[in-house]
Write a protein that binds this ligand. Structure first.
Ligand code: ADP
Length: 246
């Protein structure tokens, strides 16, 4: 077990499964206390109990990142139980795919509210605490949808919006020793890949210079790096983890 995040409190949203689970696992392995928040409360409790059977280093809580009251309540619990927060990973997200000419306002709103508004609400909850500490790391999940994805105008707009928030917030809080960065994973070997037909997956992989999907661990390594002391002079950036695709 490493010690890179000893004495650090990390909040991961959407921590019940997928990337959020992977990030939580890797932060725990490096000594962090991890507040694992998710809208699926039973799922995140189960995941936290699996990653940290003693429960000493995790807190599993309910959050709907698209609802400011729910966000406030969730962070109150984090501050009560863990104290100051040094790292926030804005990972919770949903897709509501549809071709643009068929996209409903509801699909648009849902994708934007969870990803973009969620990132805004959660970052608001930590920014005063990080400013007081004169230390903080915010890492925002973006996506290969930044390059354009068919059926994802809503998701792509939200993820690009997060890029704008990241750059501007980084400029505001740099003087307080807070960094704000994003990662944009490409085609990754997560559950979602199981739903892609084999021939389409093969075509997608053929277009990737590295000729393979990325592994969740490879996205997580980037998140942990951006959250680490070593990355203290990197801010306002988005790191693309896509095997050289673009
Ligand atoms: P990925 O492959 O990007 O990890 P998943 O869909 O597997 O995608 O994981 C996203 C996580 O975000 C899930 O655990 C899901 O429950 C969570 N999530 C979705 N919407 C919200 C929300 N409004 N608030 C908090 N967590 C959410």
């Amino acid at each position: 077990m490493g010690e890179r995040f000893k004495d650090k409190v990390v909040v991961v949203t959407g921590a019940g499964q997928g990337f959020g689970e992977q990030f939580s696992k890797d932060f725990l392995a490096e000594g962090a206390k991890v507040a694992m928040l998710d809208i699926q409360v039973d799922k995140v409790k189960e995941t936290a109990a699996r990653l940290d059977p003693s429960g000493a280093s995790t807190l599993a809580g309910e959050i709907d990142v698209s609802d400011p009251d729910s966000v406030k309540k969730a962070f109150e619990k984090v501050y009560q139980e863990f104290g100051h927060v040094q790292v926030l990973v804005n990972n919770a997200g949903i897709t509501r795919d549809a071709m643009f000419h068929k996209m409903t306002l509801d699909q648009w709103d849902q994708a934007v509210k969870v990803s973009l508004y969620g990132t805004f609400y959660c970052s608001k909850e930590v920014i005063d605490d990080m400013r007081d500490q004169e230390y903080g790391r915010i890492i925002n999940l973006q996506s290969m949808a930044l390059a354009g994805n068919i059926g994802q105008t809503n998701y792509g707009a939200a993820k690009a919006g997060i890029g704008g928030l990241t750059k501007s917030l980084a400029k505001e809080v740099g003087r307080k020793n807070i960094t704000v960065n994003g990662i944009a994973p490409g085609l990754m070997n997560t559950d979602i890949v199981k739903t892609v037909p084999e021939d389409i997956l093969k075509q997608q992989i053929a277009a990737i210079p590295m000729q393979r999907m990325g592994e969740p661990e490879e996205a997580s390594a980037a998140v942990l790096f951006l959250a680490s002391e070593e990355a203290g002079y990197i801010s306002g950036q988005t790191l693309f983890i896509n095997g050289g695709l673009y």
